[in-house]
Design a protein around this ligand. Structure first.
Ligand SMILES: *Cc1c(COP(=O)(O)O)cnc(C)c1O
Length: 458
C-alpha cells in the first residue's frame, strides 16, 4: 500500500517509511492512497476468524509489501499472547449496554492492542537496519504506559515518554515509572498534554534533531496505531450478524473513533459513530457547528481525553473537503495563525453523515459510573462512562456497541468517589504498589528537553 500526506497528495511513501517517520515531512498526517474494500463474501469469510487471524488479514493490506503476511502473523500472535482474555477483547451485556472491553492487555487500556503489535514491528524493521531508534512519545496517561510495556528492554530502542506533571492518575503514572528498564525514560512536563504533544510534533519537524537521534514516534498520529484498532470494530460488528450498528467511543485525539470510520469505509456495516467527549469538547463542537477552536485544557475525571488539539481529526478533514489537500493546508494554517478554523455547511453535513457527538461532564460521568454499579453491579472507568452516557442520549442503544477503553482500576480514585467501592487490582499490575518510581520533572521548554534527550542517547 502507498501513502501520501493530508497536505500533499503528490507524496509517495511505503509502509516502512511512514511507520518509522510518524509525521509527514510537510507537517501533515500520512494516509493511504487507496483503501482495501471488502465485499460481502469476503466479510463473511473474515467473520469466521479468531481475533489474531482477523488482525493479520486486515492489517496485512496496509503493510504490504514491506511486511509479509507470514511475518505479520508471527508478530500479531506474539503481541496478543499476554492478554488476559482468550480472544484479546470481549463483548459483554451490561444492563442494556453492549460493552466491548478493550482493556485486558498488560497496561489495562485499549492502547495495548495496537502498541504490542507496534513494538514487535519495530523489532522487525530495526533488526534489519541495526541503528538505534529513539522513540519520543507524548501521553495523556495511557499511550505512555502501553508504549513502555511494548518497548521496554528491546535492543536498539530507547523510549522517552513525556506526560503532563500531576495531570494523570496515580496508577497511570506508576505503571509507567516503575518499569525499571534502562532504555525507558519518563519525563513529567510542567504543562498539559497539549504542551507535551506540541513539543513532540515540533521535534519531528526539526530535521536536524530528528535525524541526529534517529527519532521515531508511536503517538496516535502514527498510522500503525490506527490500523490495529480497525480490527476490533470488525470483530464486534460480526457478533451482530449483519445488523448495522453504531459505536460509541470515548474520544480525545480522534484516533480510536477514526479507526471505526476507516472500518466503515472498508465495507463494514456501521451506522453512526458516536463521539463522546468530556468537558474538553472541541470535537463535539466541530461536529455540531463546524468551528474547530482549541481552548485551554480543563482537567477532568477522564484525563486521557483532556485534549484540545485533536490531531487525528486532520485525517477526517481530508475526506470531508473531498480530498482537497490545499483546503486542508489552508485550514491547518488558519489554525496555527488565527487559533481556529471554520468549516462550511456542506463540510459539516459531510461529517454528520457518519458521526454524531455528545459531551458528558464530570457530574454526569460520576452518576453514570454510580448507576452502572448500582443497576448492573458492574464497574466502568470514567472514560468508558462518557461513551455510555453518549450512547444513552441516542435512541438506538440496543444496536450500539460502547467501547470500554480502560480498566476501572486505572482510575480507582474516581470510581471510589462514584461508588464508594475499592477496585481490586487486576493481575497485570498486582505488584506495582510497592515498586520504586523513577522519573524526571522538566519545564515545558523544547530546548531543555532536547538537551535532556541528547545527554541520554549520545
Ligand atoms: C487514549 C484514550 C482515549 C481516547 O482515545 P483517542 O484515540 O485519543 O481518541 C479514551 N479512553 C482512554 C482510556 C484512553 O486511554
Amino acid at each position: 500500500m502507498k501513502y501520501f500526506s493530508t497536505r500533499n497528495k503528490d507524496l509517495n511513501f511505503n509502509f516502512k517509511e511512514i511507520f518509522l517517520r510518524g509525521l509527514a515531512p510537510d507537517g501533515g498526517l500520512f494516509i493511504p492512497q487507496k483503501l482495501k474494500i471488502y465485499n460481502n463474501a469476503e466479510l463473511k469469510e473474515l467473520s469466521n476468524l479468531k481475533y489474531s487471524d482477523l488482525a493479520t488479514e486486515i492489517v496485512s493490506h496496509f503493510c504490504s509489501p514491506d511486511l509479509e503476511k507470514s511475518k505479520l502473523k508471527e508478530i500479531v500472535e506474539k503481541a496478543y499472547k499476554n492478554f488476559e482474555v482468550k480472544d484479546v477483547v470481549t463483548i459483554k451485556t451490561v444492563g442494556n449496554i453492549n460493552l466491548l472491553e478493550l482493556y485486558h492487555g498488560p497496561t489495562l487500556a485499549f492502547k495495548d492492542i495496537a502498541m504490542q503489535v507496534i513494538g514487535n514491528i519495530y523489532n522487525e524493521f530495526i533488526s534489519k537496519d541495526k541503528k538505534t531508534v529513539n522513540i519520543i512519545v507524548a501521553t495523556s496517561g495511557d499511550t505512555g504506559s502501553a508504549a513502555i510495556s511494548a518497548l521496554s528492554g528491546k535492543e536498539n530502542i530507547n523510549v522517552f515518554v513525556l506526560h503532563p506533571h500531576n495531570k494523570i492518575s496515580n496508577i497511570q503514572r506508576k505503571i509507567m515509572t516503575t518499569i525499571g528498564s534502562s532504555n525507558v525514560h519518563n519525563i513529567a512536563i510542567k504543562g498539559s498534554f497539549d504542551d507535551c504533544q506540541k513539543i513532540v510534533k515540533d521535534m519531528f519537524n526539526e530535521n536536524e534533531f530528528r535525524e541526529k537521534i534517529n527519532m521515531s514516534g508511536v503517538n496516535s498520529i502514527n498510522w500503525a496505531r490506527i490500523i490495529c484498532q480497525i480490527v476490533y470494530y470488525f470483530y464486534a460488528a460480526f457478533k451482530f450478524n449483519n445488523k448495522k450498528i453504531c459505536f460509541a467511543v470515548p474520544t480525545g485525539n480522534f484516533g480510536d473513533i477514526y479507526a471505526g470510520y476507516i472500518a466503515k469505509k472498508m465495507g463494514l456495516g456501521i451506522d453512526k459513530l458516536i463521539v463522546a467527549t468530556n468537558e474538553n469538547d472541541i470535537l463535539q463542537k466541530v461536529i455540531n457547528t463546524g468551528e474547530y477552536k482549541p481552548s485551554l485544557v480543563k482537567p477532568s475525571l477522564s484525563p486521557s481525553m483532556d485534549i484540545q488539539v485533536s490531531s487525528n481529526f486532520e485525517r477526517l478533514l481530508f475526506d470531508i473537503v473531498n480530498k482537497d489537500h490545499k483546503r486542508v493546508s489552508l485550514l491547518m494554517n488558519d489554525l496555527s495563525s488565527k487559533g481556529f478554523f471554520k468549516l462550511n455547511n456542506k463540510e459539516v453535513d459531510n461529517i454528520k453523515k457518519d458521526f454524531c457527538a455528545e459531551t458528558i461532564n464530570n457530574k454526569e460521568t460520576l452518576s453514570i459510573i454510580q448507576e452502572t454499579d448500582k443497576k448492573s453491579n458492574f464497574t466502568i472507568d470514567p472514560h468508558t462512562a462518557t461513551a455510555v452516557g453518549a450512547a444513552k442520549k441516542m435512541d438506538n442503544i440496543s444496536n450500539t456497541v460502547v467501547l470500554g477503553t480502560a480498566h476501572p482500576y486505572k482510575f480507582l480514585e474516581t470510581v471510589k468517589m462514584a461508588t464508594g467501592k475499592e477496585v481490586k487490582p487486576p493481575i497485570q499490575v498486582a505488584k506495582i504498589k510497592n515498586k520504586k518510581e523513577k522519573y524526571d520533572i522538566l519545564e515545558k521548554d523544547i530546548t531543555k528537553i532536547k538537551k535532556y534527550i541528547l545527554e541520554k542517547v549520545l
